[in-house]
Design a protein. Structure first.
Length: 365
């Protein structure tokens, strides 16, 4: 009888053990599935952030905020090498620690990680200890994971996450973090071109206007506050003749005078840039093409009534000063929010380049 009871108890214990293992397996499966769902949601938020009309730096900061919130990370810092120095692109760590965080590539403990493109996990065992890269702090971080960032096998910086608890990342799923790291790299790659455009915007020497690049960065964010806008491109069609007959200094004065006429006539919310050479672009944000008709006609008339006196540098001895009268050809089209602005301007440019040189009218295309 006793033996039978013992056998029954053994069977029950074995059954409970198997059941317990099954429950743990289901929990692990659910946990992994939940992590994958979170990762998909994070990826979607990454993509949404990339498509937002914000600066490249703002997008990186938003990405870091998403990581902190969705993965419950205490500290997260993204550092990128810009060709001259390491800069912190995003962090939620107090600024007094930034010098340390942007120089982690010099720390011996992370050099192997950078050279081998593998993550590095470090932690302390006791509360009184500190991580090797910490200089003046004890209580902020007790665990850290360091991820070197590479684009096309080129090292570009690193991402580091930190916790205030020892051994906090011991059981973390590193495969999920690798996916996150790759997403960070994708974001950096995506906004890199935007960053270049934002940093190469210049003021034109002769007109003081923003150059073409302005349109595709800050300009586009302003334009996309509206669903549709009218984009007008005009070209000074006789600038080559003016340069050849009256001199380049005179040609430059013609360009400057035209820009003054337009700048003084348009409202402050509209965008006016020197597109390229004798071409200019005016963006009437939130206005349809029909609404620009009278204004463009008036501007065209004002420009073509100009009498720009020949520059002194272009007048030869014993010659009388002459005057230059510009002629312009105009092309206007509609830009729709969210579409390729550069495609729209290219369409206008293509039309003006293919139009007869003697053409001087307002074309709606």
């Amino acid at each position: 009888m006793i033996i039978a009871i013992i056998i029954l108890l053994v069977i029950i214990i074995v059954f409970l053990m198997l059941y317990n293992m099954s429950v743990h397996k289901k929990i692990d499966t659910f946990s992994n599935l939940n992590q994958k769902i979170v990762s998909l949601n994070v990826l979607q938020e990454f993509m949404d952030t990339i498509s937002e009309e914000k600066t490249a730096d703002e997008k990186i900061e938003n990405i870091n905020s998403i990581l902190i919130e969705k993965y419950d990370i205490k500290y997260s810092t993204i550092v990128v090498y810009n060709g001259a120095e390491y800069t912190i692109k995003a962090t939620n760590v107090d600024e007094k620690h930034w010098d340390t965080l942007k120089n982690l590539h010099t720390e011996q403990i992370f050099k192997d990680s950078i050279e081998t493109a593998t993550p590095k996990y470090i932690t302390v065992d006791k509360e009184g200890e500190r991580l090797p890269y910490q200089r003046m702090e004890f209580g902020r971080a007790k665990s850290a994971m360091f991820f070197p960032l590479y684009i096309d096998n080129i090292y570009i910086g690193y991402w580091i996450i930190e916790s205030g608890k020892p051994h906090d990342f011991d059981n973390i799923d590193t495969t999920i973090l690798e996916v996150v790291k790759n997403n960070i790299i994708s974001v950096i790659r995506t906004v890199e071109k935007q960053n270049v455009i934002e940093n190469i915007v210049r003021d034109d020497q002769f007109t003081g206007l923003k150059t073409e690049e302005y349109l595709y960065g800050e300009g586009k964010r302003k334009i996309d506050e509206y669903d549709t806008s009218a984009i007008c491109m005009f070209e000074v069609t006789n600038i080559v003749d003016i340069n050849e007959t009256l001199g380049r200094h005179t040609g430059n004065q013609v360009i400057a005078k035209i820009s003054d006429v337009v700048r003084q006539s348009i409202a402050s919310e509209y965008i006016f840039v020197r597109y390229m050479g004798p071409k200019f672009v005016v963006v009437f944000s939130g206005i349809d093409t029909e609404g620009t008709s009278n204004f463009i006609t008036e501007i065209k008339n004002q420009i073509e009534k100009l009498k720009v006196e020949q520059a002194e540098e272009d007048i030869f001895e014993n010659e009388k000063a002459k005057t230059a009268t510009p002629k312009i050809n105009v092309a206007i089209t509609t830009y729709y929010k969210g579409t390729a602005l550069e495609g729209t301007t290219h369409k206008l440019e293509k039309y003006l380049d293919s139009a007869p040189k003697e053409e001087s009218q307002i074309n709606y295309i």
